[in-house]
Design a protein around this ligand. Structure first.
Ligand code: NAD
Length: 359
């Protein structure tokens, strides 16, 4: 049986532990059905790590994350740690992991399961059939550019600065990720910029167009970010892969997420030069933590993304997607996606239902 390597589980805080448990349950079941093994490691991250070691990202966790073939993260943070200094807040661990692992590409699918089309705030006919993927640049752009900061002026007022910077190399590598993924999906990339106003994204458009020369089987279009924000609500089905900068991707992926109904359904992947980190989009949900109510499907779908993007196990990844669909089709619902006529299940039971429906 093929061993795919080390998988590091970092449950974190709040519902993180509850949903990661279900993700691992499904991973165990799918590995048996699809004939592979892995070495599961566990680590501390976020508030749980701070409580145990005084550091939300202990060196031991970082070492294990660097050595692992892939990381499955739950969520971090919660009211207990809010009074802490920013330098040791649980959320700092996420930034530390992303930068230390060089995770430059963030993939956030927004796929509307037909069974949940009515859970969206938009009309069923607008969202039904939506299956898009936002590829967001994650380690560059205005969130990292220098100079940055707030300075005091001579007249006693202040000046705030952030800098939007991208180099050719940074744009090339994220564009390649988007084109390669599009090749295996609907063969369309919409590159989102503000090239009419921002020189940095004029370069973005030029470099993306150049990289596209090696991907002529994929259709490339360019769109301004303001138009994209509008098109996502007007006609989301027009999109396959959306390629964009760090800040535009941050905003557009949250907008796209709302097409799907519940934050409890949204998986994500962050991939880099060596390994990848997979996590649900949601946070630690302190309001429902410990009650067995959290929807584990975002984490279970993140496990599917891990098998696809880190290990190339496409059949196993598709089996997870299908099992989630089947469980929804049979009417099993956690409270966040409850609908009339459906059966209420808790976190662990939803995990069991996905396992039962693995083909
Ligand atoms: P949140 O995502 O934790 O919760 C927002 C709302 O969505 C809550 O009502 C919650 O009950 C609900 N929700 C979230 N996930 C759900 C699930 N799987 N099933 C059912 N309902 C779900 O966001 P928040 O309340 O703004 O933040 C809570 C804490 O999480 C904060 O400390 C924040 O910093 C942290 N956070 C962490 C991450 C992360 O670890 N990646 C992301 C966002 C927020």
């Amino acid at each position: 049986m093929k061993n795919i390597g080390d998988i590091l589980a970092l449950p974190g805080d709040g519902i993180g532990a509850e949903v990661v448990k279900e993700g691992l349950k499904v991973l165990d079941a799918v590995s048996k059905k699809h004939g592979f093994t892995y070495n599961l490691k566990n680590g501390l991250v976020g508030g749980a790590a701070y409580d145990a070691t005084g550091n939300p990202l202990p060196p031991e966790t970082l070492r294990m994350a660097k050595e692992a073939a892939a990381v499955l993260l739950g969520a971090v943070g919660g009211p207990k740690w809010e009074p802490l200094d920013y330098s040791v807040r649980p959320e700092r661990a996420l930034l530390g992991l992303r930068s230390e692992l060089g995770l430059f590409a963030n993939l956030r699918p927004a796929r509307v399961f037909p069974e949940l089309a009515d859970a969206s705030t938009l009309k069923r006919e607008v969202v039904e059939g939506t299956d898009l993927l936002v590829v967001r640049e994650l380690t560059g752009g205005i969130y990292f550019g220098k100079p940055k900061g707030i300075t005091m002026l001579e007249d006693g007022t202040e000046r705030g600065v952030n800098t939007l910077v991208y180099t050719t190399g940074e744009i090339e590598r994220i564009a390649k990720v988007a084109f390669e993924i599009a090749r295996k999906r609907g063969k369309k990339v919409a590159s989102i910029d503000k090239a009419n106003v921002l020189e940095c994204t004029e370069l973005w458009r030029r470099v993306v167009t150049k990289v596209h020369k090696d991907f002529q089987d994929v259709a490339l279009s360019h769109m301004y970010v303001d138009n994209c924000a509008m098109q996502l609500i007007r006609n989301p089905k027009q999109f396959d892969v959306i390629l964009t900068t760090n800040m535009f991707g941050d905003i557009l992926s949250d907008e796209a997420a709302m097409l799907t109904g519940s934050i409890g359904m949204l998986p994500s992947a962050s991939i880099g030069l060596k390994n990848g980190m997979y996590e649900p989009v949601h946070g630690s949900a302190p309001d429902i933590a410990g009650q067995g109510k959290a929807n584990p499907l975002a984490t279970i779908l993140s496990v599917g993304m891990m098998l696809k993007y880190s290990f190339g196990l496409l059949a196993a990844a598709e089996a997870i997607d299908r099992a989630v669909s089947s469980a929804l089709k049979k009417g099993y619902r956690t409270p966040d996606i409850m609908a009339p006529g459906c059966g209420a299940v808790g976190t662990a039971e939803m995990g069991d239902k996905v396992v039962e429906n693995l083909g």
